[in-house]
Design a protein around this ligand. Structure first.
Ligand code: NAP
Length: 284
């Protein structure tokens, strides 16, 4: 069997961002994304600056509201309310994780569903479960679906296994795939003999944050393997998939870095543009 085709998230994201930039340039108003960051977590700071740079590069406005680690829930909710009521702001995201004294559900619930471009407000979570086109779909699973569709425009009947059940990746990924008529299994840290389950899958989505856990004998010949993981080992970034080994077995594989990560940012910008269009009652 030949090596798997690498699905290049970087170039797909580049194309997508160029398409959004062109649409943005057709309007006199600029889509506007508000990013709320609490505390000084190094990774979050980098993620948010990257989002800001990417938004500005395609002609959007993006402001980071950087709050002290010690901010109270009341103060944070006041900022969210202010952004909800600000007509110039189209999209709001609150960077997770929040410091332990802040309840993420309290905060996410308060983001206006029309501005919830991360799709984490329970209202949008419900719309996704209901397979509503009105749902704002979380950017990482939305980007993964886009990559899968490059190869399989029709996913109907595929067996998909999602490794991980977080609210931001695993669960929305499973819902999206189910909405595409896949047969979906979600496995997690308490699942026994995961490899017996993943070996049945046409599609494996690894989103558990365990470096190189998915080995070649976990996947069947010809599978499509998506690596969501971002792990750091000795200063180097790797995914949840043992890339070199799995590449000999799978038909399609996403790399880390350069796979799901760039697609996530592109999809966040797509959601922000969609929010802008909806709020201004414009057509795409
Ligand atoms: P998370 O909230 O920590 O969730 C991890 C999930 O994996 C949990 O459901 C956990 O199970 C499961 N898990 C842990 N160990 C496992 C094991 N040995 N076998 C099977 N399942 C296991 O993480 P997350 O936010 O979903 O992120 C997952 C990974 O994706 C991380 O590496 C993160 O950095 C990366 N990520 C990348 C992007 C991107 O844009 N590329 C975006 C988001 C996340 P339990 O529920 O039983 O604990």
């Amino acid at each position: 069997m030949s090596e798997a085709q690498i699905i290049d998230g970087k170039s797909l994201a580049f194309k997508l961002k160029a398409e959004i930039a062109e649409k943005v340039s057709a309007h006199s108003l600029k889509p506007n994304l508000a990013v709320v960051l609490v505390g000084n977590d190094e990774a979050s700071l980098i993620y948010d600056r990257n989002k800001q740079k990417a938004a500005q590069a395609i002609g959007m406005d993006c402001l980071i509201y950087h709050l002290e680690e010690s901010v109270s829930e009341r103060e944070l909710l006041e900022l969210v309310s202010q952004l909800n009521n600000d007509d110039r702001v189209n999209g709001i995201l609150v960077q997770l994780p929040l410091p332990a004294h802040l309840n993420p559900l309290h905060v996410l619930t308060q983001i206006s569903p029309e501005k919830d471009v991360d799709g984490f407000n329970p209202y949008n979570v419900g719309l996704l479960q209901a397979n509503s086109p009105q749902a704002f779909v979380p950017a990482t699973p939305k980007g993964i679906l886009y990559m899968l569709k490059q190869i399989y425009p029709d996913l109907s009947g595929k067996n998909a296994v999602v490794i991980g059940r977080s609210n931001i990746v695993g669960k929305p990924m499973a819902a999206l795939l189910l909405n595409q008529n896949c047969t979906v299994t979600v496995v997690h840290s308490k699942t026994k003999k995961i490899e017996d389950i993943t070996r049945q899958a046409d599609i494996v989505i690894a989103a558990c944050g365990k470096p190189n856990i998915v080995k070649a004998d976990w996947v069947k010949e010809g599978a499509f393997v998506v690596d969501v993981g971002i792990n750091r080992i000795g200063g180097k970034i790797c995914g949840d998939v043992d890339f070199d080994a799995v590449r000999q077995k799978a038909a399609y594989i996403t790399p880390v870095p350069g796979g799901v990560g760039p697609m996530t940012i592109a999809m966040l910008l797509a959601n922000t543009y969609e929010a802008f269009i909806r709020q201004n009652h414009l057509k795409f």
